[in-house]
Design a protein around this ligand. Structure first.
Ligand code: ZN
Length: 152
């Protein structure tokens, strides 16, 4: 467990310092906005969807290190994925972070690759919404929900 915590902190720091896909996506054809009032995190997500695939993803916004790192990893994780796979990733990450799936973090993170390190946020319950916000925003963009999403 302490290895996971170290890894978690390394990954958050790295992605916060050098967020991947932190830019405006000019040719986005799906966008969504997310807001986490608990922490003040705001995110605008851009997707370029073509032939049922996420060809490109990017985000802008402001927020804490965890929300930024999560958005960075989320966008990097869904580029090149079919829409249904991205949607199922959302459900799996959400289940892992909220503990619905299983109390065993290692099992919950099974098959999620690098994204599994986010299970580390479960040790900090007040920050879970920071980590799930980008994923809720992805879910909204995939569902083409018009209204901004809130973690509340
Ligand atoms: Zn936050």
């Amino acid at each position: 467990m302490s290895d996971l915590r170290d890894l978690y902190q390394d990954v958050i720091l790295d992605h916060n310092r050098k967020p991947r896909n932190f830019r405006l996506l000019e040719d986005a054809n799906r966008t969504a906005e997310g807001y986490n009032p608990l922490c003040g995190d705001q995110i605008r997500l851009y997707l370029h969807v073509e032939d049922g695939m996420i060809k490109d993803a990017a985000f802008q916004g402001k927020g804490c290190a965890i929300s930024k790192a999560s958005a960075s990893m989320m966008t990097a994780g869904v580029i090149g994925k079919p829409l249904d796979e991205a949607e199922s990733l959302f459900h799996r990450i959400h289940a892992m972070l909220t503990g619905e799936a299983t109390s065993n973090i290692d099992a919950a993170g099974d098959g999620l690759g690098k994204l599994a390190v986010f299970a580390g946020v479960r040790e900090f319950p007040s920050r879970i919404k920071c980590a799930t916000l980008p994923w809720h925003t992805l879910h909204a963009a995939l569902s083409e929900t018009a209204k901004p999403v809130s973690t509340e």
